[in-house]
Design a protein around this ligand. Structure first.
Ligand SMILES: [Zn+2]
Length: 145
């Protein structure tokens, strides 16, 4: 498994977690955006972090459905750290209060981007009481009601 950015070998443990890039700061910076990472609480040890769009991520969703985890995994992906977007000052009014949990939106959109259909996403999101209407809304990107 080679880093998609610099071509260096990636540690097998890292590749198994779904990473497609190495730990060099440059490669991390260029690649970390857009990944959905879930945190799985562990008993008496540090939480485990898994990229949802990976073999381990698929297994984690399956384990979750089968009730393997003591606590539900949560999506911990950060907002893409885009700082290169120039926002015209005064053009927008006050930011609206976000009514939706961004983690739920990200969960739905991450699965949508992987080609899952509404029913499948509802099923995968059942552990967090995700409703069908929420899935439909988040899939279309309408997150502000
Ligand atoms: Zn690299």
């Amino acid at each position: 498994m080679k880093c998609v950015t610099c071509g260096d070998e990636i540690l097998p443990e890292r590749a198994a977690l779904g990473f497609k890039y190495c730990t060099k700061a440059k490669c991390v910076r260029e690649n970390r955006q857009g990944l959905t990472v879930i945190e799985i609480s562990q008993h008496k040890t540090n939480p485990e972090y898994i990229i949802l769009d990976s073999e381990r991520g698929g297994q984690a969703l399956k384990d979750m459905r089968e009730g393997k985890y003591r606590r539900d995994p949560v999506v911990v992906q950060r907002q893409p750290a885009r700082t290169d977007v120039a926002v015209a000052k005064g053009k927008f009014g006050k930011p609206k209060i976000q009514r939706y949990d961004p983690n739920r939106v990200k969960f739905v959109q991450a699965l949508r981007d992987q080609g899952y259909r509404v029913e499948e996403i509802v099923e995968k999101g059942a552990y967090m009481n995700l409703t069908r209407s929420e899935v439909v809304r988040y899939m279309s990107g309408r997150t502000r009601g």
